[in-house]
Write a protein that binds this ligand. Structure first.
Ligand SMILES: Nc1ncnc2c1ncn2[C@@H]1O[C@H](COP(=O)(O)OP(=O)(O)OP(=O)(O)O)[C@@H](O)[C@H]1O
Length: 598
């Protein structure tokens, strides 16, 4: 998919702003966050005490003038104190690690659920521009990045920040002169680090986008394997995927190169500054301006500060990377569905019966704004009536079904069910009134029982079997290796086209909705099964308002009325008998299809 066609939405681009947008996700765990923060502060404080204890150990414990039993005891006491500090520190670190990782996992799980919920709310228009593979990549790769940051990098960064601040304070206490020199040099280094960090973020978003591209491509091809193999396009698809993977590799390498440079810059710059300051410190000791213990603790604090800075730089890179991922997830999370529930939905007037009325309906697909898919369509279908829609391919028959289900909103006119505009009903009550057998039925990777139950989740096994019998699916299901418990394979790959259609019909019959939409429901059946299924459908249609799309006219001879569509307009309407007598499209088709003598 070309980059410009990808679904995009304006989101704030500053990393900290992005994280503040994540705050609603973190808020439920604020007590855990507070606890982690306390443990973090405590661990950092303890770590900062260690060089202090060493200073005392060197300056008091190693005094050459008093190698007595007393000084040995002092040394032992100092060592026991340091050991105790380290053990407490280790325990606190373990607790903090557990809590912070827990928060990371929890927030990621919540984020995945939220994004998925949001995606399921979207109308078909959304999926025309965003490939499923890309959504999957955002759900897995992007959320994993955020998990890394929330579950480890932030705590690492905070710990380093505490150590950095604490270390700087201790440096200042130990030797103000050396400290101010150190600080000046470090400030000089900050600006370039921030600038490089910014470019890491841009490159990171780029790299995640390229990964999503290749996932989207793989998703599409894996769904179309039989076609790929039938056209022997495997080498081409391999090549295309290879190219896409290479592009994402190069995008990742560009990011890694900048990060590597950032790491080298930080380590070299900070170390050089510290070595320079230590060199000055060593001179001070020889001149008696600083004690040996003070220089030793200064060295330890400086090492602590240096390692904190390099961790902060590393974490900053991670945060920039995750900011790119957050941006992409927020796009999904903030995307408003094109079709929304009305703010105050009307209750259904009569939920068990339905009459449909279309008045001067015009509709343009969003991707074809200049070409009307339906043009000034007016049609009334009374309760219990069966109306067949026929017409050449592309006439707008399926579109009409999509509009009844409110997958898209019309541009002109109105669609009412029982006199209520469908835009005033909640999406669920509207769609609960309609059972559809689509052109290309979907079979889920579950057994036959569960696949039919999709029509009505609370249906009993008995009801499911009755629906299957009505749809002429019972016999073939019974002959499957484990009968109704047979796993039907992903997307029903273990079923024939006709069998898939019969499962879909059973599902629609089970739903028991007042409106039945059949989109070429029997097109994949042989004449004999078609006849049988037709009987099932005839039963299902009884008392229901039915719209049938059919190319084979033989299947709609019992319809109350036939509506002929062409180029999005109704060109003929009447009973099969009436239309036969006119010299329009229907009678021409009927001559071709129905009058053929064997
Ligand atoms: N999602 C879409 N985006 C843009 N245009 C679309 C979309 N779906 C259908 N169309 C266009 O709208 C017109 C009507 O399509 P529709 O699927 O309703 O035809 P149909 O009568 O059901 O055809 P068929 O008998 O082949 O199923 C066609 O020109 C088609 O190209």
């Amino acid at each position: 998919m070309p980059a410009q066609a990808r679904f995009t939405l304006q989101t704030p681009s500053r990393p900290l702003r992005l994280f503040s947008e994540l705050w609603p996700l973190l808020r439920p765990y604020r007590w855990q966050i507070l606890l982690a923060f306390c443990l973090l502060s405590l661990a950092s404080a303890i770590l900062l005490l260690v060089p202090w204890a060493f200073r005392d150990l060197i300056d008091q414990g190693f005094r050459t003038d008093s190698a007595t039993a007393q000084s040995m005891q002092d040394i032992n006491r100092h060592f026991i104190f340091i050991c105790g500090l380290v053990i407490v520190w280790a325990l606190i670190v373990a607790c903090r690690y557990f809590i912070v990782s827990w928060i990371g996992e929890r927030v990621t799980a919540d984020l995945r659920t939220l994004v998925y919920q949001r995606v399921l709310m979207q109308s078909p228009q959304f999926f025309e521009t965003l490939q499923t593979g890309e959504v999957l990549s955002r759900l897995s790769a992007d959320t994993t990045l955020i998990q890394t940051v929330v579950g480890s990098s932030i705590s690492l960064g905070l710990r380093s920040l505490f150590q950095f601040i604490g270390g700087m304070i201790m440096l200042a206490i130990t030797s103000w002169y050396l400290f101010s020199l150190n600080l000046g040099l470090m400030l000089l280094l900050t600006l370039p680090i921030l600038l490089i960090g910014r470019s890491v973020r841009k490159l990171s978003r780029e790299s995640q986008d390229r990964i999503a591209d290749s996932s989207a491509m793989a998703g599409e091809i894996l769904n179309a394997m039989p076609t790929v193999q039938a056209f022997t396009q495997e080498p081409r698809e391999n090549q295309r995927f290879h190219h896409s993977v290479e592009t994402s590799f190069h995008a990742a390498i560009r990011r890694i190169r900048v990060r590597a440079f950032l790491a080298a810059f930080v380590i070299a710059g900070i170390s050089a500054a510290i070595i320079f300051v230590l060199w000055l410190g060593a001179h001070q000791v020889t001149q008696g301006e600083l004690s040996g213990g003070e220089l030793a603790s200064f060295i330890l604090y400086a090492a602590l500060v240096a390692s904190s800075v390099s961790t902060i730089a590393e974490v900053w890179g991670d945060i920039m990377r995750a900011a790119g991922a957050t941006e992409r997830l927020l796009e999904l999370l903030n995307s408003e569905p094109a079709i929304r529930n009305p703010s105050a939905p009307m209750a259904l007037a009569t939920p068990s019966t339905a009459s449909i009325r279309l008045e001067k309906v015009s509709f343009y697909y969003p991707s074809k704004p200049d070409q009307a898919a339906l043009d000034q369509i007016s049609l009334e279908v009374k309760t219990g009536e069966t109306v067949a829609l026929i017409g050449p391919s592309g006439a707008g028959k399926t579109t009409l079904f999509q509009l009844l289900l409110r997958f898209y909103d019309i541009h002109e006119g109105s669609i009412t069910i029982n006199g209520q505009d469908i835009r005033s009903l909640s999406l669920s009550s509207l769609r609960n009134m309609i059972a559809i057998v689509p052109q290309d039925p979907v079979i889920f990777s579950a057994n036959a029982l569960e696949n039919i139950r999709y029509g009505r989740p609370d249906a009993s096994d008995e009801e499911i079997k009755r629906a299957a019998q009505a749809a002429q699916a019972h016999t073939f299901i019974e002959h499957l290796p484990q009968g109704y418990n047979t796993f039907l394979g992903e997307r029903g790959t273990r079923l024939s086209g006709g069998q898939r259609q019969r499962i879909a019909i059973a599902r629609a019959i089970l739903k028991n909705a007042p409106i039945l939409l059949l989109d070429e429901a029997t097109s994949a059946l042989d004449a004999e099964s078609e006849n049988l299924v037709q009987q099932g459908l005839d039963m299902a249609m009884q008392g229901r308002t039915t719209l049938i799309i059919a190319h084979r006219l033989a299947t709609i001879q019992n319809a109350d009325r036939i509506v002929v569509l062409e180029h999005g307009r109704i060109i003929e309407t009447g009973t099969p008998h009436e239309l036969r007598r006119q010299s329009g499209l229907y009678s021409r088709l009927a001559k071709l299809q129905l009058d053929i003598q064997p």
